[in-house]
Design a protein around this ligand. Structure first.
Ligand SMILES: NC(=O)c1ccc[n+]([C@@H]2O[C@H](COP(=O)([O-])OP(=O)(O)OC[C@H]3O[C@@H](n4cnc5c(N)ncnc54)[C@H](OP(=O)(O)O)[C@@H]3O)[C@@H](O)[C@H]2O)c1
Length: 301
């Protein structure tokens, strides 16, 4: 039987399920089974993106789950993200409901060639997102990878404020400044790579091996992954762990019944901080809007 999930409320009044199944790098042929397993466990939020190249299979599996009466569409929160080539207002309605990166690329371009980078016109793209929201096709619209400054700039011009900013967030990249800003503006922070993306070899992530995290996990008799996810929930974020293993899909959902006590929670604020996902394909000394990482993240490095 599906286990109960907890929710956070976003500024449209919609309830975002606090744990989502991440699907980046979940290979076609495997992702469908992972989604079905997750829904059966009780997940009600699937984090997708056009750029992950697996939405078709996810759609087919969801359709089957609806037909078989396993879950209803209205009980699911499906996140998708507007890829960088679709920022022109006329392309937005055919695409979806969340800006993936505050970086634009030439329409129709494929891959990450620097010469495809162009200056984003975020207010213009956002107006098209608002129109999309007005059409009733999305319960909420949001952004992703927006720094405090970029989010602040958007809030200045937005008619409908973003409901969510989806950003890297885990005990080794806690986003203190952005988190405080989001809270003050009523924008929900969703934490991606909540385990530190250990499967992305190029990132050489050590998050789950961190000695403080492991000390806390040992004291609580939990895995470091569960502690990292529970940390996010107690911080007030939704968390989006990716897994294609049924055992780990189960493990990552088993985070609602016990909490990290205050003394150990405080220990987790002592972890050394480092951004893992730097957005290298979007920074170039000649092309696009951001010549340096400093500019892309407005100093939040
Ligand atoms: N908006 C953006 O720009 C953006 C960027 C990055 C990620 N995201 C979203 O956030 C999701 C999660 O981020 P992520 O995929 O980078 O990393 P993550 O969820 O932090 O880590 C996923 C990796 O951890 C492994 N894993 C899962 N559960 C585990 C557990 N309990 N113990 C040990 N290892 C475990 C997975 O392997 P197995 O599959 O073998 O279990 C996978 O290799 C993505 O899938 C995507 O949906 C969004």
């Amino acid at each position: 039987m599906a286990r109960a999930i907890r929710f956070f409320e976003v500024n449209t009044g919609a309830q975002i399920p606090s744990v989502a199944l991440g699907t980046w790098q979940a290979a076609p042929g495997v992702v469908g089974d992972a989604v079905a397993a997750a829904i059966k466990v009780g997940y009600r939020h699937i984090d997708c993106a056009q750029a992950y190249g697996n939405e078709k299979e996810i759609g087919a599996v969801l359709k089957k789950l609806f037909e078989d009466g396993i879950v209803k569409r209205e009980d699911l929160w499906i996140t998708s993200k507007l890829w960088c080539t679709d920022h022109a207002p006329e392309d937005v309605p055919v695409a979806l409901d969340r800006i993936h990166w505050p970086v634009s690329m030439k329409r129709g371009s494929v891959g990450f060639k620097p010469e495809n980078l162009i200056h984003p016109d975020i207010p213009n793209t956002w107006r098209a997102m608002e129109t999309f929201y007005d059409s009733g096709k999305a319960r909420a619209i949001g952004v992703s990878n927006f720094s405090t400054k970029k989010l602040g700039d958007l809030l200045e011009v937005a008619r409908i404020p973003p409901a969510v900013n989806q950003v890297e967030c885990h005990p080794s990249w806690q986003q203190s400044k952005l988190r405080a800003f989001c809270k003050s503006k009523g924008v929900h922070l969703s934490g991606y790579s909540p385990l530190g993306s250990p499967g992305t070899t190029s990132l050489k992530s050590e998050v789950l091996k961190n000695p403080i995290l492991n000390m806390v996990a040992e004291k609580l008799g939990k895995s470091p992954a569960k502690v990292a996810l529970r940390w996010g929930l107690q911080m007030g974020h939704s968390v989006l762990p990716k897994s294609t293993s049924e055992a780990r899909i189960n493990e990552n959902f088993d985070v609602f019944d016990s909490s990290i006590p205050d003394d150990l929670f405080a220990k987790l604020s002592e972890l050394e901080q480092a951004r893992l996902v730097k957005g290298s394909p979007f920074v170039h000394e000649t092309f696009g809007a951001y010549r340096t990482f400093e500019e892309l993240w407005d100093g939040e490095l």
